[in-house]
Design a protein around this ligand. Structure first.
Ligand code: ADP
Ligand code: MG
Length: 737
């Protein structure tokens, strides 16, 4: 029996219990931020928006970059168009209105000995400069220097009294993420106080307990935690900054490695699966009976899965392969191996429609004999449902196909030996843990499939508890989908093409980045940028305008799953010509009669995602098209969608595949985009950007985790208390994620 309400407790029981010895002593780190001089109630409220509550939280609010104001230049040596710092004496300060009515403050700057120079400093709007800095004051001034007429000016520079400690000028100056209402200078001042403690030097940074035992620090030449935090906020120089960042990244990766290694070790030791086996000759006859020849990559993956299934340690394998690479048949053969060994298989898809598709695939693959199988979705009710449930309970039914509700509802198996989870992007670390706990007595082997490529850095970290098989080859004879890049003013032609396709009896998808016009959510580009198209508007406009007379339908993520399924079904049954949708159509479904995919606002999507969308068409015998519509300004990135590479056959080229595109996206847009906002079960890492972390650091922390666990598998030793605590914290974050 599997019940949803058990999930959270299962996860926490997977993790080691929080031990009282691993709780760090209370320090001022736990005090509210208002204890920092300068942070009042109002500011604390604003900080809360950034999830900064305690002084400890504040210390972990790290700068995203630095302005290098560390080099001092005499006024007469300043050069234009560069950020520089100078020591100067303020000369005459004047204020006037510009032609456009803006207040402009201008200060003459003198050499330190008082000699006047031609150099000035100018500010727009900042009246307080004149109020806070009197003429004759010695100042440190940092900022961009430009030509203003014929003399050089500091433009909008930052000033500090020369005698004051360098916080905002004359150093590597940290730039922090902010929220509305907090000024850059404020945030920097607060952190400086937390780190350095103001004039009395009572910085709380010294109270941060160091989670790393000193032998570990020495082995990897890492600074202690207090100096690392100090240098990561207010670095003395680049070198120390790098070393500090390396230290913090090391900690974070080490904890992740410890957590995953511990869990894997527990599984290997405690979990026990049914070994599922098939003799070579028998497997060969199954493969020979398939309606096609397996590709080399499919055979390789199948062999790896077969090896895993034969063991008592439950398989944890991710089967990764581009859209259409043929993952289903590999999973189906695994299910057949299970059935032959007397075990049952649950095959789970993200939607009911997809589950139905899988059920049809199984029927086709096992036409000439194979395991018994049935589809169990919410629409299977009454007597048929009872029969299936009985078959699962008494073991007479080998394979059940359904949605993830299968694990959540009261579906009892006699001998569940294999669970296949298809295309589940949200199947993160937490769900994997949950799943494995569900077998009673025996733990099922677990096979996950995905068309999303996993970068190596991820497979060595968050996916470290999974083995990975890759299908990096498409079946022969796939037709290419012709892809066009178009600008919005070319849309009339695009709709004409859609109409023609519909008149030939074919179908089209139109995908938009937003649901409805009110959804401005993440649009921070300001009022001037064109608003991205919405599904609701687009569908209405097309229905009344350019696609009038065709059968249109709308589908998006805010509709209930049932309604979405119903629409997909009507589309599948050809009752709809054009489906206007958001990316809910992204995953797995086969509509052989759909030949056109139009993506509006294409610049809003990741390349790998566009590739997935494109993969929705071209499943049938007709020639298929994909049209990516975007303002010309973003065509450079989208050009990858029509780029080609050598195919391996002399003089022949092929389009970039999902892996190439994901890699390119990673280079251009960074991991955040690639990972689709934590959709892939990646925990929130504070320091490390898994997309560009140095792979050597990953290996180093993996080795160190192994070394630590080899001597203290359960992290019981006092010197590992802080690490054990950090591992608990990490699991807690998963449990709440
Ligand atoms: P995906 O990896 O995207 O899940 P599917 O398993 O749905 O891909 O396979 C896509 C299509 O390719 C299916 O129609 C399937 O029958 C077909 N197929 C799979 N493997 C082969 C092969 N080796 N040769 C020819 N067709 C294949
Ligand atoms: Mg599939």
């Amino acid at each position: 029996m599997i019940r949803a309400e058990h999930h959270v407790s299962i996860v926490t029981s997977t993790a080691p219990r929080a031990r009282s010895t691993s709780e760090p002593p209370a320090t001022s780190l736990d005090l509210p931020v208002t204890r920092i001089p300068g942070i009042g109630r109002e500011s604390a409220k604003l900080l809360e928006r950034m999830r900064i509550h305690t002084i400890g939280d504040l210390l972990w609010h790290l700068p995203t970059r630095f302005d290098d104001f560390s080099k001092f230049v005499p006024l007469r040596r300043l050069v234009p168009n560069a950020s520089q710092t100078a020591l100067a004496v303020l000369g005459h300060i004047s204020q006037r209105r510009t032609a456009t009515g803006k207040l402009m403050t201008e200060a003459e700057l003198h050499e330190e000995d008082g000699t006047p120079t031609q150099v000035r400093a100018t500010w727009f709007g900042r009246a307080f400069v004149k109020e806070t800095h009197p003429e004759g004051e010695r100042v440190r001034i940092s900022g961009k220097v430009r030509f203003f007429g014929r003399s050089l000016h500091f433009s909008q520079p930052t000033l500090e009294r020369a005698e004051a400690e360098a916080v905002h000028t004359g150093r590597l100056v940290p730039i922090y993420p902010l929220t509305e209402g907090i000024k850059p200078g404020q945030m920097r001042r607060w952190l400086h106080t937390a780190i350095e403690g103001g004039p009395r030097r009572t910085g709380v940074v010294g109270e941060v307990p160091d989670p790393l035992p000193s032998p570990v620090r020495e082995r990897h030449a890492l600074p202690d935690i207090a100096s690392a935090l100090r240098q990561v906020h207010f670095p003395d120089d680049d070198e120390r900054l790098l070393s500090a960042r390396r230290r913090l990244a090391f900690d974070e990766l080490l904890v992740l490695q410890l957590a995953l290694a511990q869990r894997r070790a527990r599984w290997t030791a405690q979990a026990s699966a049914m070994p599922l086996r098939v003799p070579d000759a028998e497997l060969a006859t199954w493969i020979a009976a398939l309606p096609f020849t397996l590709t080399g990559a499919q055979q390789r993956s199948l062999a790896q899965i077969r090896d895993d299934l034969a063991r008592r340690v439950p398989m944890s394998r991710l089967l990764e392969g581009d859209v259409g690479s043929g993952k289903t048949v590999v999973a189906a053969l695994a299910a057949r191996i299970a059935a032959r060994s007397g075990a049952q298989t649950a095959l789970m898809a993200p939607t009911e429609l997809l589950a139905e598709q899988h059920a049809r695939s199984l029927a086709a693959l096992f036409k000439a004999g194979g395991p018994s199988h049935a589809l169990l979705t919410s629409s299977v009710i009454g007597e048929p449902r009872r029969t299936i449930l009985a078959g699962l309970a008494d073991g007479s039914l080998d394979v059940v196909v359904g949605t993830h509700a299968l694990v959540e509802e009261h579906v009892g198996f006699k001998r569940l030996g294999l669970a296949v989870v298809d295309e589940q992007h949200r199947f993160g670390v937490r769900q994997r843990a949950t799943f494995r706990e569900k077998g009673s007595g025996n733990d099922p082997h677990l096979l996950l499939t995905t068309a999303t490529p996993i970068p190596q850095t991820l497979s060595q970290t968050v996916y470290r508890d999974l083995d990975i098989s890759v299908i990096d080859e498409l079946p022969l004879g796939r037709k290419e989908i012709t892809t066009h890049l178009r600008t919005p003013d070319q849309l009339p032609k695009v709709w004409e093409g859609v109409r023609l396709a519909a008149e030939r009896g074919q179908q089209a998808f139109v995908v938009t980045p937003r649901i409805d016009p009110a959804d401005d959510g993440e649009d921070e580009s300001g009022g001037s940028a064109p608003r991205p198209p919405s599904a609701v508007e687009t569908e209405k406009e097309l229905r009344q305008g350019e696609l009038r007379g065709l059968r249109l339908a709308l589908m998006h993520g805010r509709m209930p799953a049932k309604e979405r399924d119903a629409i997909m079904r009507r589309f599948f049954d050809r009752e709809i010509d054009v489906l206007v949708a958001t990316t809910v159509v992204e995953v797995g479904i086969d509509i052989p009669n759909a030949t056109v995919m139009v993506v509006l606002g294409a610049e809003r999507f990741g390349l790998a995602q566009l590739h997935q969308l494109r993969g929705r068409v071209g499943r049938g015998t007709e020639k298929a098209y994909c049209v990516l519509v975007s303002e010309a300004s973003d065509s450079e990135r989208l050009a990858a969608m029509v780029a080609r590479k050598p195919s391996g056959i002399e003089g022949n080229t092929v389009p970039l595949d999902g892996f190439d595109l994901a890699k390119r996206d990673l280079e251009i847009r960074g991991a955040g985009e690639f990972l689709g906002e934590r959709q892939h079960g990646v925990p929130e890492l504070r320091i490390v950007d898994l997309a560009d972390v140095d792979p050597r650091l990953i290996s180093e922390t993996a080795d160190e985790a192994d070394r630590i666990l080899a001597g203290d598998a359960t992290l019981e030793r006092p010197e590992h208390g802080a690490l054990a605590h950090a591992v608990d914290q990490l699991w807690r974050r998963y449990a709440l994620a």
